[in-house]
Design a protein around this ligand. Structure first.
Ligand code: KG4
Length: 347
């Protein structure tokens, strides 16, 4: 089954062609990050307009790369939630038009389910059930992945997402947007014990997280140094920060895996690209003889292939959208998509 999949939830326009879920024939991504860097963060209206400008050409490029024609597409998939509403609507409208014209099914995909599915592409042997940590620019979630479409969230951030915290800390240190990668680079070689930074704990909710206190602590250190005219060891501050994030994410994830008796742990989302978090997870998993799955850097951030992969499994459980499909800025990952939205059947 050949699926053309579209992802426009934030500032990446992405179109992929996948075969039977796990084989990627093309994965085209156009990142708008340089444009948004001018403003220090994503400007939603500009994101929507740029998706419109490139999505048609990007989908032609994906077909060319996959070596197929439009007529060979068996289904069109699209991220419909969660994300920036205007940005999502561009992808949803384009996907509806394509599915209608080609008379093929339209498959709605939840963005976070897509991030988890990036692991199925990277690890052909991986099958649910397993525990997953999804850490991106907008979400920090610990999920019990019972089946491909049966996912329960057991922990989440109460405020900033981990990626958002990386971006805000990077900004105060004068690094460009998106700040996760440059902050990661700055932290290498720094002393991770130089600054004592807080780790949140929420009474009664062992798997929930909070990152705003950590962000504020770093911002205060930077502002105090500026006011006193002191030079900061920014590399050590970045290393101490990365350690604090890693020390927030990893013990919770390992505890959840123990509690649910999972031996498989899959990490996903843009922050899964972080070198400190990857290294610490490898050590923690090895210490408990658990198998760790972390996608290559190319599949950690937003991409179309992960949407095509998840779409295949949604299709197998009869999840289809009609022309009434809408986009949603927020939606729980564990909602049963077909029952929640009661889409009209299209094909
Ligand atoms: O998954 P993603 O591409 O988009 C969302 O769905 O949100 O994640 C983007 C986030 C940004 O906050 C970015 O700064 C962060 O992932 N990120 C990183 C690294 N690379 C990207 N954070 C920490 N270390 C990295 N190496």
């Amino acid at each position: 089954m050949l699926i053309l999949s579209i992802e426009t939830s934030c500032d990446e326009t992405a179109v992929a062609v996948t075969r039977n879920g796990r084989e990627v024939l093309a994965d085209e991504i156009y990142s708008q990050a340089d444009m948004h860097a001018l403003y220090g963060g994503v400007v939603p209206e500009l994101a929507s307009r740029n998706h419109i400008a490139v999505i048609g050409r990007l989908s032609d490029m994906a077909l060319e790369k996959a070596g197929i024609t439009r007529k060979q597409i068996d289904a069109v998939a699209v991220t419909f939630a969660p994300g920036l509403i205007g940005a999502l609507l561009v992808g949803v409208s384009f996907a509806k038009g394509l599915a209608l014209a080609l008379e093929v099914p339209l498959i709605p995909v939840h963005h976070i389910r897509g991030h988890i599915a990036a692991n199925y592409i990277a690890y052909p042997e991986l099958e649910p059930p397993f525990l997953s940590l999804i850490v991106s620019g907008g979400n920090s979630l610990i999920a019990d992945v019972r089946g491909y479409t049966d996912i329960r969230i057991i922990g989440s951030s109460r405020d900033d997402a981990a990626g958002e915290c990386f971006d805000k800390v990077a900004r105060v240190l004068g690094l460009p947007y998106p700040g996760g990668k440059p902050l990661d680079e700055l932290s290498r070689g720094g002393d991770d014990t130089a600054f004592k930074l807080p780790r949140s704990k929420i009474d009664g909710y062992p798997y929930d997280m909070s990152f705003s206190g950590l962000k504020t602590a770093v911002v205060n250190i930077v502002h105090n140094a500026e006011q006193k005219g002191e030079t900061l060891d920014t590399s050590s501050l970045a290393a101490s920060f990365a350690y604090a994030v890693s020390d927030t994410l990893i013990p919770r994830t390992m505890e959840a895996a123990r509690e649910l008796s999972y031996n498989k742990i899959a990490i996903a989302g843009g922050v899964a690209a972080n070198s400190r978090i990857r290294a610490d997870f490898e050590k923690a998993a090895a210490a408990e003889s658990k198998t760790l799955y972390i996608p290559p850097l190319s599949l950690c951030g937003d991409n179309g292939a992960m949407i095509g992969c998840q779409a295949y499994y949604e299709y197998l459980v009869d999840c289809r959208a009609g022309m009434a499909l809408n986009a949603f800025a927020t939606m729980d990952v564990d909602s049963s998509i077909s029952t929640t939205l009661s889409f009209e059947s299209f094909k």
